[in-house]
Design a protein around this ligand. Structure first.
Ligand code: FEO
Ligand code: CA
Ligand code: CA
Length: 620
């Protein structure tokens, strides 16, 4: 997607004058969303008939739209992949089949450099696994995931990571191109390189890799992003849950504690030494990075780009500074963690793709401080600057990026309510920061940017970079919406015309269509209220600003991830993750068997393509 065009913010200085002086009615009417969530009762630009909140074993979309399941867990990716057989899974088969729990989706037009209409590479993250829904006999509950056998654990290691498939729109439907030369699977076993300031660092050296520059695998791949030169960024989020061992015995206990180590969710440490920190204490330091992959080069070696910092990266999305340097926004999805950006040292080269190959190895990582007066300051995390010195335990920039969380603590960034997706609106140039929830914020910890204690429903902030330049060290911020049910959940705030079906909870990923409208997907809808996770669309400007409308509801247990539009807005892809992940749900008796609904087939995470009946852009 071209995010390089001049933005509205380039044309009009939209910053709210916080003494109350609005710079003219024209600026207000044209695009001054900071003036407040619009209170005019004008219509939304979205004309679809709003879907009612639902919660059952199926997916639902607004009237007038079709849903197609494009690819499911276990479907063939590689040319020689066997067909899915739930009763006879093997690691060798899974390494060639679509992985589990699809999250981020990216579209890369074929051929490279074309505008993209009907043929793409589609990349998908496979974030984590639900062993008790994948295999018979494991029961339910957290401990069930620790019961997988060695053979089953090997299937699980092959089921995480990511996939590249080629897709084509033919005869009114999307198809996966069988035997594509671009097809690829990445897993916990894929050989990767480490680059940037932490490459070769003592804290990244292991028995298997004494040089600290080579690592096997990627996992916990939540959301991601792309680059202007057409590579895929897959982000390692909750990597700490993959390691077992006694965290109190690690060489740097404070570092281990800050990154949540010490409790394995899957028990892989029972079988493989590198997942056991008693045996490989530095292995966790080799995860929590942004991994760059070239989907156009299936033989290329993925690279962990350590300059972008180590934390629970939700995603990593780009836009351009005015001088052509590339700016990446990334959230650290944990309670009281930070919002980051990385600005490359050099502009990207649009005419020589290869020249951008290592652009992500040099640049400045910063963390955000949200001031009470609506100003945002980007605080550089640069070794030798401010408190980031040897006296404070940072011997070099490698130390800074490995413990980016502590570096951000020391520069006094603002602890946020679980930063998820951060994306730039291609029309107005604003940056939208999704904060999913934080039930642990206490009343005395409330601040202007995280304004609710026990924030169970989350909120979305909007940033306007100073002078419309994403390379600037300053921005203005405001609240776009406060989620929850209006009238019931304290502080919930949308457009006043938001309907009983239009409110949402726990926003996670977002996408913008080419009109600059925001599409919000959720992870954590209140099931007690009969609401499934889903998709909500809203204008970001004009009368319909923050007038969220329900467009899609997922099957029970599922969250919705990976929203992305084709450039013509005619197809909206979603990744439906962990269907059936409900309390008490098991392989034998799952809460849903979506999407197959066959008695011997468990629920399967899948990618869904939504199109308008008869064609046309999504939403209106
Ligand atoms: Fe994997 Fe932040 O959701
Ligand atoms: Ca997410
Ligand atoms: Ca989430």
């Amino acid at each position: 997607m071209d995010k390089s065009q001049p933005t509205l913010a380039d044309l009009i200085d939209l910053r709210l004058d916080r003494r109350g002086l609005i710079r003219g009615a024209a600026a207000l009417a044209a695009a001054s969303p900071f003036a407040a969530v619009a209170q005019e009762a004008g219509p939304s630009s979205l004309t679809f008939k709003e879907l009612a909140h639902t919660l059952d074993d199926k997916q639902h979309v607004a009237d007038g739209y079709d849903m197609q399941v494009l690819i499911r867990w276990g479907d063939p990716v590689m040319a020689d992949a066997p067909a899915f057989n739930a009763a006879n899974q093997t690691a060798a088969a899974q390494e060639k089949q679509f992985g589990y729990n699809n999250d981020y989706l990216g579209l890369y037009p074929l051929p490279y450099g074309s505008k993209g209409a009907d043929r793409f590479l589609l990349v998908a993250n496979h974030e984590y696994v639900n062993p008790n829904l994948m295999f018979a006999g494991l029961g339910s509950g957290r401990d069930s995931n620790l019961k997988a056998s060695k053979e089953q654990a090997e299937v699980l290691m092959a089921a995480v990571g990511g996939a590249v498939i080629e897709i084509v729109h033919e005869a009114g439907a999307w198809k996966v191109v069988a035997g594509s030369k671009y097809a690829r699977r990445l897993s916990a076993n894929t050989a990767m390189e480490i680059s940037g300031p932490a490459a070769g660092h003592d804290k990244l050296k292991t028995n298997a890799d004494p040089g600290g520059r080579k690592v096997f695998g990627t996992f916990a791949n939540c959301a991601g992003g792309s680059t202007p030169w057409g590579t895929w960024l897959t982000c390692e989020e909750n990597f700490h849950t993959y390691f077992g061992g006694d965290a109190s015995k690690l060489p740097d206990v404070a570092l281990a504690k800050r990154y949540g180590l010490g409790r394995s969710a899957y028990g892989w440490d029972r079988f493989v030494d590198r997942f056991n920190t008693d045996k490989e204490p530095n292995e966790p330091n080799r995860f929590g990075w942004v991994v760059e992959i070239d989907p156009y080069e299936p033989q290329s070696v993925p690279v962990k780009r350590t300059a972008l910092g180590r934390f629970c990266h939700e995603g990593c999305t780009y836009t351009l500074a005015k001088d052509g340097r590339v700016v990446f926004y990334s959230g650290d999805d944990a309670r009281f963690e930070y919002v980051y950006k990385f600005v490359t040292a050099r502009p990207w080269n649009p005419t020589d793709r290869v020249a951008n190959k290592n652009l992500l190895d040099e640049g400045t990582l910063s963390a955000a401080r949200f001031e009470a007066d609506g100003k945002l300051t980007w605080l550089p995390l640069v070794h030798g600057q401010g408190p980031l010195t040897a006296a404070n335990g940072f011997a070099d920039q490698g130390d800074v990026v490995i413990n980016a969380r502590r570096a951000a603590d020391l520069v006094k960034a603002t602890p946020m309510d679980r930063p998820e997706d951060i994306e730039t609106n291609p029309v107005n140039g604003r940056v939208y920061v999704v904060l999913t929830n934080n039930g642990r914020r206490k009343p005395e910890q409330v601040d202007k940017a995280n304004p609710r204690a026990v924030n169970d429903h989350g909120h979305i902030l909007e940033l306007a970079p100073k002078d419309g330049d994403h390379g600037s060290a300053e921005a203005a911020w405001s609240i776009f919406l406060l989620a929850g049910k209006p009238g019931q959940d304290a502080g919930a705030r949308y457009h006043r015309a938001t309907s009983d079906q239009g409110w949402l909870s726990c926003p996670d990923n977002i996408a913008f269509d080419s009109k600059g409208r925001i599409w919000i997907v959720t992870d954590g809808a209140p099931v007690a209220a009969g609401v499934a996770d889903g998709v909500y669309g809203a204008d970001t400007m004009g009368y319909g600003r923050a007038l969220t409308r329900c467009f899609y509801q997922a099957p029970t247990g599922a969250e919705v991830c990976g929203p992305i539009f084709t450039p013509d807005d005619r197809t909206f892809f979603l990744a439906v993750q962990h269907p059936g992940e409900d309390r008490g749900s098991t392989f034998e008796k799952p809460s849903t068997r979506w999407p197959d609904f066959k008695p011997d087939v468990p629920p399967r995470p899948a990618v869904v393509a939504i199109t308008r009946k008869g064609g046309g852009p999504i939403g209106s």
